[in-house]
Write a protein that binds this ligand. Structure first.
Ligand code: SAH
Length: 403
């Protein structure tokens, strides 16, 4: 049976002192982004407003402007006293993301944003309209330390963790754009509230390696009174499989959708595809996923990039089905994604008949399985393609930071 070994071409995977793929868990030290309303709990916000010499009840007004009207422009906040308004608003809602560029595809239904952070770090988010929902794929780190050889983001390593507010600001900016009519595809007779309804933590970064900030961001997303008021079920946290963090997530009592990037049912191959498998093996990751279902009742999703002659064999589909069925029925579904091309990679997506057979075998074994409709390939905005290019860097250098 044909089995291509994982290999990279045109770039070198970073290695640690023992010659294994480098894993970066700690964020390199860089200047912290300014503290923003969305980094704070409701009580902390009131305290900070008072520190600035303003009555505490004004925190609520700011929340309304930012989380419901998606603005941080003092001129729009006429319910705040004119005197000292600018200073106050900038103190609470400092500029965090500067838009460097915006690429569109699918007739304007899919938009990729390139953002520059206060320290020049670059991140991307991808906005997608589907029938009945609008999904934003957000970044949680600049770069990523997990070093998966088939993912473009991993190749550059980790620049730094993003703050909670930098994560939230991606949503606020997307909502503002949608409100201005900037996202295509709205049907004439559709009068529904136009805003991001679903979040996937599938942009740059490993969300569970930036746990505290990602959780603060999630709390703000779901908070109806002091945040964006989104539904937890519409938020998907996707991970390479940091088992202790999965256990912690299950205990949070926020029923977000949980997705595990498995990509191989056997340790021999997964060790090479997902370097973090050296810490937590396939069975441990699957046990943690099953425990997530037990704790939350939320059906778990298994992501599986189908790579030609690498992980797409019929026997691997069967092994995957066996491992999932061994942990019970009805708790999981599988979401294969034909591999998206990344620069320098020799790998390609599985052939269509092979994809179909992989899906068929899982379904036949009683595991609900659907191929993911992947968007944004034309703008390098699809899963695994988010990485900054020399062009991006050049454009970013010419873009003054917003203040
Ligand atoms: N770090 C997280 C989230 C980011 S990636 C994680 O790994 O889960 C979101 C999904 O895209 C993951 O399942 C990831 O494995 C997958 N992916 C990465 N590179 C890909 C590629 N080239 N083609 C298709 N999917 C890819």
């Amino acid at each position: 049976m044909r089995q291509v070994r994982p290999a990279t071409e045109g770039w070198k995977q970073k290695k640690d002192s023992e010659g294994r793929p480098l894993l970066q868990f700690a964020s390199p030290k860089r200047g912290k982004p300014p503290v923003h309303l969305a980094d704070l709990t409701p009580d902390e916000r009131v305290a900070k407003v008072k520190e600035l010499g303003i009555p505490g009840f004004r925190a609520k007004q700011l929340e309304k402007h930012y989380f419901s009207h998606w603005t941080h422009d003092p001129a729009a906040m006429t319910d705040l006293p004119a005197e000292g308004r600018e200073e106050f608003v900038h103190g609470m809602l400092p500029a965090l993301l500067t838009e460097v560029r915006r690429l569109e595809t699918d007739r304007g239904d899919t938009i990729k944003f390139l953002w520059k952070l206060h320290d020049g770090a670059l991140v991307e988010s991808v906005l997608m309209r589907y029938p009945g929902r609008i999904t934003l794929c957000v970044s949680s780190q600049a770069g990523c330390g997990m070093n998966c050889p088939f993912c473009a983001t991993g190749q550059a390593g980790l620049t730094r963790n993003m703050s909670a507010a930098e994560i939230i600001e991606q949503i606020v900016r997307a909502n503002r754009l949608i409100a201005e009519g900037g996202l295509g595809g709205k049907k004439r007779d559709d009068h529904s509230l136009e805003r991001v309804s679903n979040i996937v933590f599938m942009g740059m970064g490993e969300p569970l390696a930036n746990y505290a900030r990602v959780m603060q961001a999630v709390r703000v997303m779901v908070d109806k009174e002091h945040g964006l008021g989104m539904s937890a079920r519409g938020i998907t946290v996707s991970t390479v499989g940091l088992v202790p963090a999965i256990t912690k997530l299950a205990a949070e009592e926020i029923p977000v959708t949980f997705a595990l990037s498995l990509h191989a049912p056997d340790d021999q191959l997964r060790d090479e595809l997902i370097p973090v498998n050296s810490r937590w093996k396939v069975d441990e990751a699957l046990d943690a996923a099953r425990a997530y279902f037990d704790k939350t009742g939320r059906r778990v999703s298994i992501e599986y990039a189908l790579i030609k002659d690498m992980n797409d064999h019929a026997w691997r589909a069967d092994l995957l089905a066996d491992k999932l069925n061994a942990r019970g029925r009805g708790w999981v579904h599988v979401n294969p994604i034909p591999l998206n091309p990344t620069p320098g990679s020799i790998w390609t997506a599985s052939e269509v008949p092979v994809q179909n057979e992989f899906v068929r075998r899982l379904n036949a074994a009683g595991i609900p399985t659907t191929l993911r409709d992947t968007r944004g390939k034309e703008i390098d905005g699809a899963c695994g393609q988010l990485a900054t290019t020399e062009d991006d860097e050049a454009a970013a250098a010419l873009t003054p930071l917003e203040v």
